[in-house]
Design a protein around this ligand. Structure first.
Ligand code: GLU
Length: 335
């Protein structure tokens, strides 16, 4: 479905948070500082953006996304909602570091109540690097956010000429440009120098159809992730519970499995009222209920298709609604 924007240019608001797309190298070294350039500088570096949309820019944060946290998520959700509530705004682009972009994207996918396009974008190379990928990624992200057909598809992530659903995408490589993959249900589409080719819409609930409400008084409970391994004991699970976690996501081996000792610690955690989700460290597939572990008897929840870091996001929001493991399980089947 190749197409281009209408002659009357839509308004796109760009919310900046930092990341490598705004990164600057210092003194000719390979090292760089994320978030060094302002959003005004990034936009000024791509004059072709003026052919796609009227841009409004807002600097929400200036951090590497390894420092992204719930406080910035809340602010970003609030600024995104404010932008989308403006009838003049067609869509939002969020510049963001790539390390935790998938978590921020999925969080917004669950709390932003709008069908207007929300597109996260970053870069793998800092803005001062040879053949920096940020300018084309930004151009493509604005093209997606400005396009009417990008509505009602949930939060999207644009990188390396691809459009991903925030729910599906994962960062899979430390440094290479093609790091983002959507291996499970596939791409949302392609975007070639601003020309969109959209595939099927997402099957799961998102944005305007989400039940999650993030109000100023909403408390996001502490949810920890524990990584499983051969010979794992129970100490990390016990430590998470003792430190006050209301929820626990285990990045289990294979189909979300755990050694018997660690599983016993999970069962104890459930008895103490902690919601425990079994996800997988494999990076693909579906964690199924009641295969080698009796989830029904132990009161455990499976992450189904979500990776551990996204399972944590859904569990945090789910726990704002209910502590019932069966109701939480239904959320993992729905979102
Ligand atoms: N740590 C940086 C960040 O996530 C580097 C990753 C990037 O932006 O590409 O912000």
């Amino acid at each position: 479905m190749p197409s281009s924007p209408s002659p009357a240019l839509p308004c796109v608001r760009v919310l900046a948070t930092g990341g490598t797309i705004a990164g600057a190298q210092t003194g000719g070294s390979r090292g760089y500082q994320a978030g060094a350039f302002s959003i005004d500088a990034l936009v000024a570096a791509v004059p072709q953006l003026a052919t796609l949309a009227q841009l409004e820019v807002e600097q929400v944060a200036a951090i590497g996304s390894q420092d992204m946290d719930e406080a910035v998520w809340r602010r970003l959700a609030e600024r995104t909602a404010a932008a989308l509530a403006d009838p003049a705004v067609h869509g939002v682009v969020i510049t963001h570091g790539t390390d935790t972009m998938e978590e921020t994207g999925y969080f917004l996918n669950l709390v932003v109540r709008s069908e207007k396009p929300v597109v996260l974008v970053g870069a793998m190379r800092p803005a001062t690097e040879i053949s920096a990928d940020g300018p084309m990624n930004l151009y493509n992200a604005v093209a997606v956010a400005a396009h009417p057909a990008a509505r009602a598809r949930g939060v999207l992530i644009v990188a390396n000429d691809e459009i991903h659903f925030a729910r599906e995408v994962a960062k899979t490589n430390t440094t290479q440009l093609g790091t983002f993959k959507s291996t499970q249900r596939g791409l949302a589409g392609l975007v070639n120098a601003g020309r969109l080719h959209l595939y099927a819409p997402p099957a799961r609930r998102h944005t305007a159809e989400s039940e999650f409400i993030l109000g100023p008084d909403t408390v996001l409970p502490r949810v920890s992730i524990v990584y499983a391994y051969a010979g794992m004991g129970r100490e990390l699970i016990d430590a998470a519970v003792q430190s006050g976690a209301h929820g626990l996501v285990v990045a289990g081996v294979g189909d979300g499995n755990l050694p018997a000792t660690a599983l016993a610690a999970c069962a104890d955690a459930v008895r103490r009222g902690v919601a425990v989700v079994r996800s997988s460290r494999t990076g693909g597939g579906v964690v199924e209920r009641d295969i080698e572990i009796d989830d029904d008897r132990l009161g455990l929840i499976v992450a189904e298709e979500l990776n551990p870091q996204k399972a944590r996001v859904l569990l945090m929001l789910g726990l704002t609604r209910t502590a019932d493991p069966r109701a939480l399980q239904e959320m993992f089947f729905s979102y």
